[in-house]
Design a protein around this ligand. Structure first.
Ligand SMILES: [Zn+2]
Length: 222
């Protein structure tokens, strides 16, 4: 496929240069965006190509991963890397099912290497979205619920954007939108209200929140 190219990137584990497929930016065409931020693409799907499998050490990672700590490197080397499958499609074009498999492994390595909860939650949302694409409602809801739980825990333990890994107002909107996607009206309403009432939330986030809540109310006759 001419829309796909090989991009070089550095492996988080072995630090060698590896490569992965990516969609050429001039071929990225957005059809529409769902209320919770999920983008439907016209052509090749950008989400499919986010997880990377290193061609040298078989580690599976996302470019959002942070530097690995010495103790997790040791666990990886002895217990994890030898059991990770070498996925032939990691270096080629991918289907939604293949991408799903890569994301699951990527979330697994994120947990093993103790990546930030914001990264693990982001991968959980991606898993929910891929299941939406595959019209697997049950799995979509399951992953969405896990992700929103993680985001709520982040909200309770929030320190700052760098340490927590997500700006405070973006986090609030994310939680509200995920509850809206889950059609949990009371929870969605509570989180959107929190955004509307807060003095610290940016105007842009407030505007998005208002639009999302209005749309939700129209669709669900709330
Ligand atoms: Zn590597």
């Amino acid at each position: 496929m001419a829309e796909i190219y090989s991009k070089k990137c550095k492996c988080t584990y072995c630090l060698k240069e590896t490569e992965t497929k990516r969609v050429l930016s001039r071929h990225i065409r957005i059809k529409r965006t769902d209320l919770d931020g999920f983008i439907h693409y016209e052509g090749p799907n950008v989400y499919y190509y986010e997880p990377v499998q290193c061609i040298h050490c078989r580690f599976i990672f996302h470019e959002a991963f942070e530097k690995l700590r010495p103790d997790t490197r040791e666990t990886l080397e002895t217990n994890i890397l030898p059991s990770l499958p070498v996925l032939p499609f990691a270096a080629t074009e991918r289907t939604a099912e293949q991408a799903l498999q890569l994301y699951k492994l990527c979330l697994y390595t994120a947990q093993v290497t103790k990546q930030k909860d914001s990264i693990q939650a982001m991968l959980g949302v991606r898993l929910a979205w891929l299941n939406r694409l595959l019209e697997n409602k049950e799995q979509e809801v399951l992953w969405m619920e896990r992700a929103v739980e993680k985001y709520e825990a982040l909200y309770l333990d929030y320190t700052d954007a760098v340490r927590t890994g997500i700006p405070h107002d973006v986090l609030l909107l994310r939680i509200a939108d995920l509850y809206a996607s889950l059609e949990r009206t009371d929870d969605a309403k509570q989180w959107y209200s929190l955004i509307f009432q807060s003095q610290k939330i940016s105007d842009r986030i407030k505007k998005d929140a208002r639009e999302h809540w209005e749309l939700y109310r129209e669709r669900h006759s709330v």
